[in-house]
Design a protein around this ligand. Structure first.
Ligand SMILES: Nc1nc2c(c(=O)[nH]1)N[C@H]1C(S)=C(S)[C@@H](COP(=O)(O)O)O[C@H]1N2
Ligand SMILES: [Mo]
Length: 199
């Protein structure tokens, strides 16, 4: 991050340098959902990690909120070409959740309420790179943006940040999710412009 004079913020060379190739900065927060917004009452909400042997570790809503949280400020990059810089969230690091799970898996398939899925290597969920986020900009996460809780994995294109997250399936072999099965890139690194299969 460079140093900005206020009048130039948003147009400066420094700002453009912070955006991956083919992306433009927006100040809006567009909503991109492949289907209707699922509504899950908090007393029935749960989040489950299933390991490769089928063993399940489940957190209720109060159990999730009782875990130590972090407030990452990160840039997000949608494959449709908008990037939003400096977004602030609150959530539980996947390091905290996965610490409670025994696994030798290399891959993760994320499942959402409503049926959306997306895949990524397990290591991309670790080392301070991913959160189960339940606040955006100091407010509870709005339903259209994935509330009550979504995955936040900002170093990959934003389709990997599954809204209305309900669980993670740990797998020995990679399995494509919803957009990955429809021709989008298996990994989706915005800095390498991995938008589609073959990029
Ligand atoms: N469950 C679910 N998660 C999802 C999606 C979706 O359709 N369903 N869309 C993805 C895509 S393509 C993007 S760009 C972001 C959009 O998040 P937003 O609507 O909060 O901007 O959510 C991702 N997570
Ligand atoms: Mo997207």
């Amino acid at each position: 991050m460079g140093v900005f004079s206020p009048g130039f913020r948003g147009r400066s060379v420094e700002t453009n340098a912070a955006v991956p190739p083919g992306q433009h900065v927006t100040r809006d927060f567009p909503v991109l959902s492949a289907g209707p917004t699922p509504r899950v009452p908090l007393d029935r909400w749960e989040f489950t990690i299933t390991n490769e042997s089928g063993h399940k570790t489940t957190w209720s809503w109060p159990q999730l909120l009782a875990l130590p949280s972090q407030t990452p400020t990160v840039d997000i990059h949608c494959v449709t070409s908008w990037s939003k810089l400096g977004t602030t969230w609150r959530g539980v690091s996947l390091d905290v959740l996965l610490e409670q799970v025994e696994t030798a898996a290399d891959y993760a398939l994320i499942h959402s309420y409503g049926g959306y899925t997306t895949n990524l290597p397990l290591e991309d969920l670790l080392s301070g790179q991913a959160w189960i986020a339940y606040e955006f900009d100091g407010e509870e996460l709005a339903p259209e943006h994935g509330g009550p809780a979504r995955l936040l994995v900002p170093h990959l294109y934003f389709w990997k940040s599954a809204k209305w997250v309900r669980g993670i399936e740990l797998l020995l072999e990679d399995e494509p999710g919803f957009w990955e099965s429809a021709g989008y890139h298996d990994y989706g690194d915005p800095w390498r412009e991995q938008r589609y299969q073959g990029d």
